[in-house]
Design a protein around this ligand. Sequence first.
Ligand code: BDR
Ligand code: CA
Length: 310
Amino acid sequence: MDKNLFFIDCDPGIDDAAAILLAGADPDAEVLGISAVAGNVPFRHTLANALSLSAFAELNAPVYAGADRPLRGEPLTAEFVHGANGLRGHTLPEHSLTADPTPAWDALYAAAKAHPHKVTLVALGPLTNVAIAFSKWRDLPTLLKKVVIMGGATHTGNITPAAEFNFAADPEAAEMVLRSSADLHICPLDVTERSYISKEELAQLDSQGSPQARFFAAVMGDSVDHYKDDYGVEGAILHDPSAMLYALRPALFTAKRCWGAVETEGVYSRGRLVTDAFSDASENPTCTLVYDVDRPAFAAAILELMQAYQ
Ligand code: BDR
Ligand code: CA
């Protein structure tokens, strides 16, 4: 059977790291490339972490450097969740991978050109690289099979009252991507905050014993107190793994077609995802909004996938 082809754009980031490990664990997935963008931590860290993760997830996929800042304004970071190095101080094994000299936006286009309508782009960070790629290569949105995005929130944000981190970090880029003709699948906080793994499930993951399972359990386990205090969740919320599992196992999720856009001007709401999914549904649909998950099946799929590592 032909494998499902993926290209991952990310800003690792503890949950980006967990998502990349899931892609590496899926025997049906082939990752053609990983690109790094500034986001959770400054770009030098997201690029270094993407390289380490390509090796650690046993993908050894080429890693491409992208944008070190958003289209407008200064980088927004989230060290309070991800730590100074993006992995809450955890380190990954030494490796020999170096960044490919091709810019991220050209590498994504080359992957899509080589496999027309076969490549799913999974975007786990601010959408700067994707927006640059879409504006440089006008046929790229429809050359891709689909674009799965972790970003936005239809209720409240997590970095401002109105906005989720990835969309807040580069609202112009997010709006450009949402206006594109790509087959867009958006995984906002609505679904990702329901995609948590309990302490008991993290312990089961740790007991699998592989370095990758133990790292996933440790790096996500560190944030359990943050999620309990701030969200009342008994476990670790897995934003980027939620989007990655939607790409790998869509049957675990509930989604609906709707219209969506991103606020770029608001006094209080810059970076907000605006959608008619839960209001009047009056516009022509432009995207698929993923809004719920079978949480026990989600956690079980993670435990099952991660057994691929020895
Ligand atoms: C998103 O923001 C980042 O902090 C996470 O990696 C995730 O992509 C959640 O809002
Ligand atoms: Ca991320």
